[in-house]
Structures are given as structure tokens and as C-alpha cells.
Design a protein around this ligand. Structure first.
Ligand code: HEM
Length: 361
């Protein structure tokens, strides 16, 4: 793809503005841009769900494929289907992310223009590499072959590659788009990016996404359950797999509780206040997301307890509801942040990075 087209796609053609100027433009745009926000929230939810499956799906798929000894073939089919879904997830995630980038968000364009163009080439190469690893794992598990060391190795490489590079990069992008003074570095080069990745709000969002990926992949492996088990032996095997995947999903969701508290504690004061009562939309979305997350835990418990396909159906719909509500919380609380708190704090002069915890590079 020619560089100019790539640049246009990622907003690199946006005029280079100083962080301060970009922020001023974005604040006005973000607040006035409510209709765009209502499109962005479901798109972001789709993006997150798709990338969750793409990230942990190959690993969970290979684990399922490895469990297939002389069985009915159910685990093998579940594993293969999940790796296929992971590849589809990567494509849908890239597409929905691309559409979000093209929406008229001035702050996002300004944030994108602060990354050097080779960052986009590296990101593209990482995506192609991960897709190739998934295709390799799929090929190694074709037919009735159980997942061996090579397939599990490829699944591990693609999962770690995606989970290491993208969530912190995206979190930095999201923070800069909402508040350009979040970092005063004009150019976010590799060194600056690695420094920004150490900030607590990025680390906890990163952990939140990584752990969520395992819960989402476990549910995506069995939802919907139709046409998986043909005979009685297959039914029994499927029930066992549903129970195991319920345990994986429930464990991951329980681990999210302390991570979620840390995420809330390390967010900006304005965003936190917005979620805790100062902004109606953010507070409603946050409260609803927590209630739905508890219902999801209950449904995952029912899966783990052996309730079978009925519990899986409930879990699938609740998962979608949780992700949409969390995406709404993220966007509406950032909206409040740009209107109130962080923007008021002046950036430091020069190219140093403005750190919440009082550190600077
Ligand atoms: C072509 C590739 C991709 C594009 C174009 C893309 C684009 C985007 C965009 C525009 C956002 C919204 C930022 C915001 O306003 O808050 C976003 C958020 C996010 N993306 Fe991606 N993305 C891509 C790949 C990935 C991958 C591979 C992962 C994970 C493995 C990922 C994980 C995330 C996460 C965790 C967020 C939420 C970050 C936040 O807002 O704090 N993305 N992405």
C-alpha cells in the first residue's frame, strides 16, 4: 500500500499541531460530537471483542485441541473453530478500528500525527505476523490432528505478540486523543512510548484487556453451541468442555475484580469522579456495567457447574452487554475528563513527558 494512502488512513495527513492547540480543538469537537460518540461506542465494543478473541483465542483453541485424545472429536472441532474465529476476529477488529479512526475526531487525528510513520508499518507487520502464526496453527491441527508442541508454540507466539504490543499502544493513543497534555512529548517515538507504557493507568488497562481476552475466548469457543455434538458421546464430551471453559471464564472474571479497582484508582480524578456520580451518562454506564458483570459471573458459574448450553447462551449475551457498557463508560468518562480535570492542568514546557505520579523523563 503506498505510504500516502497509509498516511491518509491513519490520519497522518492531519496538520501537525502542538499538543496544547490540538487539545483545545478536540475538547470542543468531542463535546459537540455526541452523534459520533454514539457510533463510536458500539464500534469500540466490537473492536474490543474481536481483538479479545484474536488475542487469546488461538491459545485456548490449541489447549482444546490438545485435550482431544481418542474422543468424539468435539474438542478438536471446538479448538479449530476458535482459531478460525480468532483469524476472523483479527480482520473484524482491524476493520472496526480503521472505521473508528476515520470518524471525525479531531483529537484522534492530532494524536495519530504524533506517532512517527514507521510505528504504523511496525504495527501492520505485527498484525500480518500474528495472522500467519494463526494460519500455521490451524494448518498443523487440520483434520483430526491433536495440537502438538508446534501448534501450541505458534498459538503462544501470536497471543503474546498481540497482547504485548497492541493494548498499551492503543491505551496511549486513547489517552492522547482525549487529552493531548497527557504527554507533552511532541513525537511519541519508541523510547517515549516505552516510558508511557509504565504509567499505572496504562498497565492496568493492559492487564484488564489481557485477562478479559481469556474470558472472551473461553465463551467464544462454545457460543453458539449448535451443531457441535452429533451423538450421545459427543454430548457428554461437549458438556465437559463447557464446564472447563466456564471455569476458565469465571477465573478470569474474578481476577478482573482487583484489576478493575486498580484501574479506577489510577484513572484521572476527573474521569473517576465522572464515573462515581458527577456525570450522569458515565455513572449510569459504569453502574450498569458492574451489575451486568456480576450477572455474567453468575452465568459463568452456571457453565462451570454443568448447566450446559442454556448457561452458555445466557453468558454470551451478558458478555456482549458488559463490553458495550464498559466501552460506553470509557468513552463517556473520557468526555468528562476533557471537559473538566486534566485539561486544566498546564503541560510542562519542552519535550518532557507529563506524568501523573509526579515523575518526568
Ligand atoms: C489495524 C489495527 C488496529 C486499529 C486500526 C485499531 C484502532 C483502535 C482505535 C481507533 C481505538 C479507539 C481509541 C479510543 O478512542 O479510545 C482502539 C482502542 C483499543 N484497541 Fe485497537 N486497533 C487495532 C488493533 C488492535 C489490537 C491488535 C488490539 C489488541 C490485541 C487492540 C486493542 C485495543 C484496546 C485495548 C483499545 C482500548 C484502548 C483505550 O481506549 O484505552 N487494537 N483501537
Amino acid at each position: 500500500m503506498p505510504a500516502s494512502l497509509l498516511g491518509r488512513l491513519f490520519g497522518l495527513c492531519a496538520t501537525r499541531t502542538s499538543p496544547r492547540a490540538a487539545n483545545d480543538g478536540y475538547n470542543a469537537g468531542f463535546v459537540e460530537n455526541r452523534p459520533v460518540e454514539f457510533v463510536t461506542i458500539p464500534l469500540l465494543a466490537l473492536h474490543l471483542l474481536a481483538m479479545n478473541i484474536a488475542s487469546a483465542g488461538p491459545l485456548v483453541g490449541a489447549w482444546l485441541g490438545r485435550r482431544e485424545r481418542a474422543g468424539s472429536g468435539v474438542n478438536q472441532r471446538l479448538g479449530l473453530r476458535l482459531i478460525q474465529r480468532s483469524m476472523a476476529g483479527l480482520a473484524v477488529g482491524a476493520l472496526s478500528g480503521g472505521v473508528i479512526l476515520m470518524l471525525p475526531h479531531e483529537g484522534m487525528r492530532a494524536a495519530l500525527s504524533r506517532f512517527p510513520s514507521d510505528a504504523y508499518w511496525y504495527a501492520g507487520a505485527e498484525l500480518v505476523f500474528s495472522a500467519a502464526c494463526m494460519a500455521g496453527a490451524l494448518w498443523l491441527m487440520r483434520g483430526d490432528r491433536p495440537a502438538g508442541g508446534a501448534a501450541i508454540g505458534l498459538a503462544t507466539v501470536t497471543a503474546t505478540n498481540l497482547l504485548y504490543h497492541f493494548p498499551p499502544l492503543m491505551a496511549v493513543l486513547g489517552e492522547l486523543a482525549a487529552d493531548s497534555n497527557w504527554s507533552t512529548a511532541e513525537t511519541i517515538d519508541r523510547q517515549t512510548l516505552l516510558e508511557l507504557w509504565k504509567r499505572p493507568e496504562i498497565i492496568f488497562l493492559w492487564a484488564h484487556f489481557a485477562v478479559a481476552s481469556f474470558a472472551v475466548a473461553a465463551i467464544a469457543a462454545v457460543w453458539p453451541t449448535s451443531a457441535l455434538a452429533a451423538d450421545a458421546e459427543g454430548e457428554a464430551e461437549l458438556d465437559k468442555s463447557i464446564r472447563r471453559l466456564g471455569v476458565v471464564g469465571l477465573s478470569a472474571t474474578i481476577v478482573q475484580l482487583p484489576i478493575g479497582v486498580c484501574l479506577l484508582a489510577t484513572d484521572s480524578a476527573a474521569a473517576r469522579d465522572a464515573m462515581l456520580g458527577q456525570n450522569l451518562l458515565a455513572s449510569l454506564a459504569f453502574a450498569a456495567s458492574l451489575l451486568t458483570a456480576f450477572a455474567l459471573m453468575q452465568a459463568l458459574g452456571a457453565m462451570a457447574w454443568g448447566e450446559g448450553p442454556r448457561a452458555v447462551r445466557r453468558t454470551g449475551w451478558l458478555l456482549i452487554a458488559v463490553v458495550v457498557l464498559m466501552a460506553a463508560t470509557l468513552r463517556t468518562s473520557r468526555d468528562a475528563k476533557t471537559r473538566g480535570g486534566d485539561v486544566a492542568s498546564p503541560p510542562r514546557d519542552g519535550n518532557s513527558i507529563h506524568l501523573n505520579a509526579g515523575q518526568a523523563t
